[in-house]
Ligand binder design. Structure first.
Ligand SMILES: [Zn+2]
Length: 325
């Protein structure tokens, strides 16, 4: 079946168990580095918070979490390793950069002008995949890719092309961010055109759109779709959970359970200061927690007869071991 890199070493893909495909233990929008006087970083304190998150997730029987935090958004693999070691949860980390609008772009944009960026991005992917991240020896299990709303910019395309080159050599899984439910089919088409193995591609945040045609187009390319923002509703262009449940029910009724992955895209600990949510938003996001699917969404779908126990097993176990096989 093959093995997959976690922050605590190789795990057989068939032994990953129940898996959440997209949650952030720690995340910061680039710029947080400038607010560290008020948003202090203390390794032991953050580790403690990370452990509490892991335990909340483990309470639902989850064995593995993919944390696709991009390199420049506060990825800290030693902290993830400390959380994994303390709890026994498998954590799979990423190599990759965020989309142009919210990532830290000046570094590779400067190099793009020099004409060296794409090659250097490829080198970065290959070094992290083969030798490890920042000298730790901890290796990523996925490449994170991202595109903008209604566009895959020239800057973003460099990462997509470099990632496919790296996948051809290493067989690594590619997992994407789509912005506000746009460009899913275009991402899949671009990856296919470059020669990617679409059976090892997850097009992420597809629950950002309720247009079934968008979902079907990605599915026809053979990629997985991740409906991975449950609980994150009414903000960043995300539909309400109720609408997403209708979409998921339709896809399941159409027989696509072998290509669907589910998660929440929670940010559990923010770098910099904790964001203060206005009251209306706090209400909308009250269930944006890494156990929301198991506490609310799946029981509700089951009650409606929209999902079976076999389909749940397929989505959280079989699809994941297949993806990482
Ligand atoms: Zn995310």
């Amino acid at each position: 079946m093959g093995s997959i890199e976690t922050v605590t070493g190789l795990v057989e893909s068939s032994k990953l168990g129940k898996t959440l495909i997209h949650e952030h233990f720690f995340f910061g929008y680039p710029g947080f580095q400038g607010d560290m006087t008020l948003g202090r970083f203390n390794f032991e304190e953050k580790k403690k918070q990370g452990i509490e998150v892991a335990q909340q997730i483990q309470k639902q029987g989850v064995d593995t979490v993919v944390d696709p935090t991009p390199n420049e958004c506060g990825r800290n693999v030693q902290l993830l390793q400390a959380v994994a070691e303390a709890t026994g949860l498998n954590i799979i980390c990423a190599t990759g950069f965020y989309y142009e609008g919210e990532g830290a772009t000046p570094y590779f944009k400067f190099r793009q002008q020099l004409g060296t960026a794409e090659e250097e991005i490829y080198q970065m992917f290959m070094e992290e995949i083969t030798n490890g991240i920042e000298g730790t020896g901890i290796k990523p299990g996925i490449i994170k890719l991202a595109s903008s709303k209604n566009e895959i910019t020239a800057y973003e395309q460099m990462f997509f092309r470099a990632a496919v080159r790296a996948q051809k050599e290493t067989n690594i899984v590619l997992l994407t961010h789509t912005q506000e439910g746009t460009m899913g089919p275009e991402q899949a088409a671009l990856l296919k055109e470059e020669g990617a193995d679409l059976s090892k591609v997850v097009i992420g945040h597809m629950c950002g759109t309720t247009d079934l045609n968008q979902h079907l187009q990605v599915l026809k390319h053979g990629a997985y779709i991740a409906l991975d923002r449950w609980g994150l509703q009414g903000i960043v262009g995300a539909p309400m959970d109720e609408a997403r449940m209708a979409v998921l029910s339709g896809l399941l009724a159409s027989g696509y359970e072998k290509q669907i992955l589910l998660s929440h895209d929670t940010v559990n600990v923010w770098w910099g200061r904790d964001p203060v949510l206005p009251e209306a938003l706090a209400g909308l996001l009250q269930h944006w927690q890494p156990d929301h699917l198991f506490k609310h969404i799946l029981p509700s779908l089951k009650e409606k007869g929209a999902i079976t126990e076999e389909q749940i097993q397929q989505i959280f176990h079989s699809n994941v071991s297949q993806l990482f096989a």
